[in-house]
Ligand binder design. Sequence first.
Ligand code: HEM
Length: 118
Amino acid sequence: MAIVVMILVAVHALAGVFWVGSTLALTHSDLTLTRKLFRAQMSAAVLAVAAGLGLWGLLIRGAHGPMADTLGLGALCALIAAGVQGGMYRMHPTRGQRIAAVLLSVTVVCMVISPYVR
Ligand code: HEM
């Protein structure tokens, strides 16, 4: 099981870093680049969420407590960010990236502090 967890963490972190990093960069970019990267961003989002759900199933399952709550808040923000990015893509793509950037920043903070929350 350790090897599965390691693979999932690697996929999760790599896809998440691309998703969040590109979102932050596109808050100050032109529309052409936003359109060019949209599919890659959404693919990274799907990978990050899928691997995250896999990790949740393996490591957290029915556990309760501050760590699970913190991860849950981060995951919720990531899911809302994906909805905002996808939903606002046609009418207000840059605004969608900006809102998603705030939500995904909360996600990253929640994910990395979760082991230390008591
Ligand atoms: C629905 C979305 C998500 C879910 C369900 C989820 C779930 C999880 C879970 C369960 C862990 C804990 C793994 C462990 O205990 O070692 C974790 C860790 C982590 N997640 Fe997520 N995650 C999501 C989105 C994201 C996103 C978008 C990022 C962006 C970079 C991210 C970055 C990380 C990082 C860096 C860790 C490692 C934290 C550490 O142990 O130091 N996650 N995630």
